[in-house]
Design a protein around this ligand. Structure first.
Ligand SMILES: OCc1cccc(Br)n1
Length: 446
């Protein structure tokens, strides 16, 4: 039973029933299944990672873009049997529109390029870092969202574009301490498959679907692969021949198997020669089995992998010369890559390369008694106006508490506002690492 408290703090004897607090339903304070919060420690690592993504993109002269996380569902509806389609996070909005949380950034980029039309001059070199979504049954407990770094070149048909994109990823790896001994790129061209399927008489509109089946080669039993390929109408002999070609280990062997150097071989030889000039030859290897799991790739494809073979693909990309025209745009050549924020963190952890990131504050400013709270605010503002970071103690606290907080926020120095010094326009400063103490005029605080 609560007694009403009087102004002087005494309590009257009246008996007043407390207000009935209606039962508050205890909400689940965890984020939705498959999603993450980013409390300060995690946010510092995320910012560190994204800053490297963005610095590399700027180093290569790319411009940053962004688009809505929510897109029309139609942007992602492709009939090639991709996993990304099966797991589309789609729904009907209140306007009865079919919409989806984007599972990747490339379709939005294609939409924006078409929208811009002749108002932009090619080539475009654009980059984005954005959250992407999938709705996967939580049976496998995998995440439903991740952040992807994308760099794309629009309007360059030559393989120099793919060579530059791989160079940008190598630059990123080097910046964070990852070497060619830790990571490599498997490189191939879908033109290999295209040449074979034409030879086998497979209709062009099945090309994407065959690629998606082949991409599952290391994920499902080979008999399942053969069965699914059989459904596309490829004969058993041609399937055997196809799988044999996809297992060749060198460009020379590929040339022999294909019976001569077509576009695929020419592109790949050009890419490997450019890799030499960009200085990343030791990072890349030909691997005919790489096709990637997105239906729209049409040429060179590549994926970054950890040489210990412990992790899933780190990143991946390639040429997608037909994507814009499938959306009704012009036939503009394009290539790009996606680099997720999850596997790279596992790789950095594996290699002891995760950075130690702590909160850092230059000053913690504190009034030594409550009448000086205003003065402390003046000091904090003076420092902030000079670009100094300040954690201002906002309530009257014992010094012991202030020292504890200074240590927790990793403050470089303590600025105390005391009565006598303040009357002389001074504050006391204590450098916490050395213990050095001095008094200084507020406007001379550096
Ligand atoms: O890698 C495909 C993908 C797409 C969206 C979200 C997540 Br998690 N993963």
């Amino acid at each position: 039973i609560s007694a009403a408290a009087k102004a002087d703090g005494s309590r009257s004897g009246s008996i007043v029933a407390p207000p009935v607090i209606k039962d508050v339903e205890k909400i689940d304070v965890n984020p939705p299944k498959g999603t993450r919060d980013f409390p300060p420690d995690d946010m510092r690592l995320r910012n560190w990672l994204f800053n490297h993504f963005k610095e590399v993109s700027r180093l290569f002269g790319y411009e940053e873009i962004d688009f809505p996380v929510l897109e029309t569902e139609a942007l992602f509806i492709r009939k090639a049997g991709e996993e990304i389609r099966d797991q589309l996070y789609c729904f009907e909005d209140r306007g009865n529109r079919r919409v989806a949380l984007r599972p990747e950034l490339t379709p939005s980029l294609a939409r924006l390029v078409i929208q811009k039309g002749k108002s932009v001059s090619l080539p475009l070199k654009w980059f984005a870092v954005g959250q992407c979504w999938r709705y996967e049954r939580m049976t496998r407990g995998r995440r439903r969202e991740h952040y992807q770094w994308n760099m794309d070149i629009i309007g360059v048909p030559e393989v120099t574009a793919e060579a530059e994109l791989i160079s940008s990823i190598v630059t990123f790896f080097k910046r964070v301490g990852i070497t060619a001994s830790d990571v490599g790129f498997k490189v191939s061209s879908r033109k290999v498959l295209q040449e074979l399927l034409i030879k086998y008489g497979v209709p062009e509109d099945l090309f994407g679907r065959v690629c998606i089946i082949i991409d599952k080669i290391e994920k499902i039993p080979i008999d399942e692969i053969k069965k699914e390929l059989g459904f596309t109408g490829i004969s058993e002999d041609d399937i055997e021949q196809l799988l044999k070609v996809l297992s060749v280990k060198s460009l020379d062997d590929l040339e022999d198997t294909l019976g001569g150097a077509g576009e695929a071989i020419a592109d790949l030889r050009n890419l490997f020669s450019l890799a030499e000039k960009f200085g990343y030859s030791e990072w890349i290897q030909f691997d005919a089995s790489v096709v990637r799991g997105l239906a729209y790739y049409t040429g060179i494809v590549f994926e970054g992998f950890d040489r210990k073979g412990k992790l899933r693909a780190i990143c991946g990309g390639g040429r997608y010369d037909r994507l814009l025209s499938t959306y009704g745009g012009d036939d503009i050549p394009a290539c790009g890559f996606g680099f997720g924020d999850a596997v790279i963190v596992e790789l950095l952890k594996e290699n002891g390369l995760l950075p130690e990131l702590r909160q850092e504050v230059e000053n913690i400013v504190c009034a030594l008694d409550k009448d000086l709270q205003g003065a402390a605010a003046t000091v904090a503002t003076a420092l902030r106006d000079k670009g100094q970071t300040v954690d201002l103690v906002l309530e009257s606290k014992p010094l012991k508490w202030v020292f504890k907080r200074a240590s927790r926020v990793n403050a470089r120095r303590l600025v105390l506002v005391g009565k006598t010094e303040w009357e002389d326009g001074l504050v006391s400063v204590k450098v916490l690492s050395s213990g050095e103490q001095f008094q200084v005029k507020v406007n001379e605080l550096e």
